[in-house]
Design a protein around this ligand. Structure first.
Ligand SMILES: [Zn+2]
Length: 216
């Protein structure tokens, strides 16, 4: 069943020419893409881990930019007007990116989306380890979440497949939900004020009004 759904999403994107492989270029949702080895993201993560939370926040932010620019086009091109529609389609597309299969536990617009990322091949490269590793992919998830929820979302990792060998437990959270988590927990996930400053600047540079996402 999962295989059929997965094949369905990928086939739809290819047949609908949302993803195109042409001579010398790959185009997805009207944006230029490239295929990247997990080994690259692994080395980027290892290097950032040797530095500090600012370096890890930068890595998260690069993923966030990916999620933000691509999901804007997904929502517009597929004319996803309703929240539930945006949520389902974007989660289906996340499951074909290569960072695991996405299974939702709960979600509420402009509040949260909590999900399991099953068999995440990126995190499994680090098994077995006590740390969390999914900075880059959490960025992708939350950058996309901004358009799905029409609110600034950021993502935290409660459990990582690097620890349990099976799945990561992630949540896209609106600012009021992140504030509930407590400083000790948050400071392992990102440097939040540094991150929001970068996200706000990117939105403006990209021609978006941060107020649309609830940023004053
Ligand atoms: Zn993880």
């Amino acid at each position: 069943m999962i295989l059929l759904e997965f094949g369905g999403t990928l086939a739809k994107l290819l047949l609908g020419r949302k993803i195109k492989f042409e001579q010398g270029k790959i185009i997805a949702f009207d944006l230029p893409f490239f295929l990247c080895s997990m080994e690259t993201i692994k080395e980027m993560t290892r290097d950032a881990l040797k530095k500090d939370i600012k370096a890890l926040t930068d890595l998260y932010f690069y993923g966030w930019v990916y999620g933000f620019v691509v999901t804007k086009n997904i929502v517009n091109q597929l004319k996803l007007k309703k929240f539930e529609e945006r949520y389902k389609v974007c989660m289906d597309i996340m499951s074909v990116l290569g960072f695991g299969d996405y299974q939702t536990l709960s979600f509420k617009r402009a509040d949260h989306a909590k999900f399991k990322v099953i068999g995440n091949p990126f995190a499994l490269q680090f098994y077995k380890n006590d740390n969390i590793f999914c900075y880059f992919v959490r960025g992708i998830e939350s950058g996309g979440g901004c358009w799905v929820h029409e609110t600034l979302m950021n993502n935290v990792e409660f459990e990582c497949a690097a620890q349990n060998g099976q799945y990561c437990l992630h949540a896209n959270l609106a600012p009021h939900r992140i504030a509930e988590l407590g400083e000790e927990f948050i400071k392992k996930q990102f440097d939040l004020s540094y991150l929001i400053e970068k996200e706000t600047k990117f939105m403006k540079d990209f021609g978006e009004d941060p107020a649309f996402f609830g940023i004053e």
